[in-house]
Design a protein around this ligand. Structure first.
Ligand SMILES: *[C@@H]1O[C@H](CO)[C@@H](O)[C@H](O)[C@H]1NC(C)=O
Ligand SMILES: *[C@@H]1O[C@H](CO)[C@@H](O)[C@H](O)[C@H]1NC(C)=O
Length: 429
């Protein structure tokens, strides 16, 4: 257990995930942020698999004032703009020996398996690192070891497989540690190595004799060309994001400075970098999920969204008011829809023109309407689907309505209307 995490026992703003795009290292633009508006998410760990970006996150319980985190969440996107919610791929019950603290992890693929490394609190005390294993990136994950992979009281694992096939796991707060993982990814060889935190490697932190360098927590290891990058949350508290580089996965590390200064109201942070479709993306989290939108929205969408195949209702670029829940038809659905809530789907390619719209819906109340609007929630109305009561929130039916005026590519808004005093309906796809 570390002083840093202990010190986090004071009230905090709940966190939400943000994303930025690094444009050839030269510029920085923001996506529709935060990525997830329906729950509080933290500690982003993206991974590219099979043409999609899968984003594993932590999950702050509503009202959490002390890192009440019990499960992880998963989102995916093929255009980096519209994100599908997959629900929870893993939670504390995966690890029979853990009782709390589903904190920052990272997933990596190898041998047609997926390995999700996470820090959790042991029922017998102390933080340890476990591995969930699955043959499907969406889970469910199994604790094949049946105990911790390793434990030294420190947290925040990041895993990396070098071009020669050697895998490394780094972790730590307040120290920085690494170990070589075996090819089975659930055991290691050699000793656990503590990285010496030097000024050359990690800068100097003024006025903190206990933590003389900038390194704080949340390491993320990444390679581009021949250069290895170690990004980390730094200069606590509040944290910013800094990095060091080295000629190998084990350094020696040279301190390079700040990537992202402190901003927002979360005093923690957690970096991640991936390459996807020739672009490097930087993920972080931040405090205080905004209710009102109004963020700069300037990331170019990589591909258009196809409205002529079934799309999950929980695929969205932005939403207001709605939540998500496990669906009786599989996957998850959009729930707690109220009058005036909406979902925005960005870059929908209608082409020659859509003529009808079908939605999968359920309502234990009296239903409502889905207004299809272009460009904004008050934009051109291209169709309205009436949803009636189905007797239960999980008794599903399909409703179809005519659509006209939808040609070309537009942002599509599902604007929900109905009774102002009750939940209206659920929306599956
Ligand atoms: C993984 O699981 C999801 C959800 O159950 C399923 O839709 C998908 O087909 C599975 N993928 C593979 C490769 O089996
Ligand atoms: C990525 O870059 C490669 C090499 O320059 C190029 O062939 C490919 O078309 C690019 N892909 C995308 C999606 O831009």
């Amino acid at each position: 257990m570390t002083a840093m995490r202990l010190s986090k026992a004071w009230p905090m703003a709940q966190m939400s995930l943000f994303i930025g795009v690094l444009l050839n290292g030269a510029g920085f633009v923001r996506a529709d942020n935060p990525i997830v508006q329906s729950i509080y998410t933290a500690d982003p760990a993206p991974v590219v698999h099979d043409g999609r970006v899968y984003l594993f996150t932590g999950h702050d319980e509503d009202g959490s004032t002390n890192y009440d985190m019990r499960d992880w969440r998963l989102f995916s996107s093929e255009d980096m703009v519209n994100w599908q919610h997959h629900g929870s791929p893993m939670d504390l019950t995966t690890f029979s020996w853990a009782d709390a603290s589903a904190w920052a992890g990272q997933l990596i693929a190898r041998n047609d398996q997926f390995y999700f490394y996470v820090p959790v609190h042991r029922a017998t005390g102390g933080m340890a690192i476990g591995v969930g294993v699955s043959d499907n990136i969406t889970g469910p994950f199994i604790d094949t070891i049946g105990g911790p992979l390793l434990e030294n009281g420190q947290i925040d694992p990041t895993v990396f497989i070098d071009d020669d096939g050697q895998a490394y796991m780094y972790w730590g707060n307040p120290g920085l540690w690494y170990v070589k993982l075996n090819e089975d990814m659930i055991s290691y060889s050699g000793s656990i190595t503590q990285v010496e935190l030097t000024t050359d490697g990690f800068g100097t932190r003024p006025d903190n004799p206990n933590r003389p360098t900038m390194f704080e927590e949340g390491p993320w290891i990444y390679k581009r060309g021949d250069l290895y990058y170690l990004l980390y949350a730094a200069n606590c508290c509040a944290e910013d994001i800094r990095y060091s580089t080295g000629p190998s996965a084990t350094g020696p590390w040279t301190y390079r400075g700040v990537i992202m200064p402190f901003e927002g109201s979360s005093f923690t942070n957690h970096p991640a970098v991936i390459d996807f479709e020739n672009t490097s993306y930087f993920f972080y989290h931040n405090g205080a999920l905004p209710g009102g939108g109004g963020f700069t929205r300037s990331v170019a969408q990589i591909g258009a969204l196809d409205p002529y195949t079934r799309q999950e209702a929980e695929t969205m670029a932005w939403s207001e008011g709605v939540e998500t829940e496990v669906c009786s038809e599989g996957g998850i659905d959009v729930s707690f829809i109220n009058d005036g809530d909406y979902i925005k789907v960005k870059g929908v390619a209608f082409g020659e023109g859509a003529t009808s719209f079908t939605a999968r819906v359920a309502s234990a109340a009296s239903g409502g309407s889905i207004e299809l609007r272009l460009g904004s929630k008050t934009g051109t109305l291209i169709g309205t689907c009436i949803v009636s009561g189905t007797g239960d929130w999980q008794t599903w039916t399909s409703v179809t309505c005519p659509v006209s005026g939808a040609t070309g590519t537009h942002d599509l808004f599902f604007y929900f209307t109905g009774s102002s005093t009750e939940d209206l309906f659920n929306f599956n796809w």
